[in-house]
Design a protein around this ligand. Sequence first.
Ligand code: PGA
Length: 256
Amino acid sequence: MIPRKKIIAGNWKMNKTQAEARVLVEDLLRDVGRFDAAEIVLCPPFTALAAVSELLSAETNIRLGAQNLNEHASGAYTGEISAAMLKELYVRYVIIGHSERRQYYKEDNATVNRKTKAALAAEIKPIVCIGETLPEREGNTWKKVLETQLTEGLAGFAEAEVHDIVLAYEPVWAIGTGKTATPAQAEEAHQFIRTHLGKLVSPAAAERVRIQYGGSVKPENARELLNQPNIDGALVGGASLDARGFTSIIKNACAS
Ligand code: PGA
């Protein structure tokens, strides 16, 4: 079995001007710029991508990610950004189907599928987010929800394409709420996702795909969550906006 390298991504959401982004990235370059035990990805807002890209062009293991992309190659889509535009800025990863996009911008599994296709075509690795809401968790339908998100979101992809996809399990009830899934709850969901992926794509792909956990990841809970056998990284929102916090998440997550 190929060991899955951990991947810790910071989703800055709609935070940080270019000037603020530069300060944060300079601090991170100093603290974890050469860190090699995990892949580190920063996902600034579109307006700060160029500035962050320039700073990351120096020798570093930190990679650049975007928070969204449009599924079309070009054309009359006011306000949208294409995969080629991201590629030009050396974007290596893109978050797709985050629950905030699903909730506020009505993105569904079909949208996620098209965006994932566009990212893969441009050789940008998609971080595909899935996760259930609180009523779905409490109503015990969460497995069905995850199954549908995976089946529809990843429909039609070849095994080799799936190898380039990172999944992020983000229970909606844990995002920005301070309420984290317990390591056991998260591990159960990750295991379920991996098993379903095995049926959907292939057992080999299921073994290989990295599954991040996201939802109120903090320096204090990162180690225990990331020590679970099926948790291969974290997608960090609020706590990635501060260099010291994000650095300790990265270091704690990789200490066994
Ligand atoms: P949070 O956000 O860490 O602030 O809960 C995670 C995410 O939405 O990706």
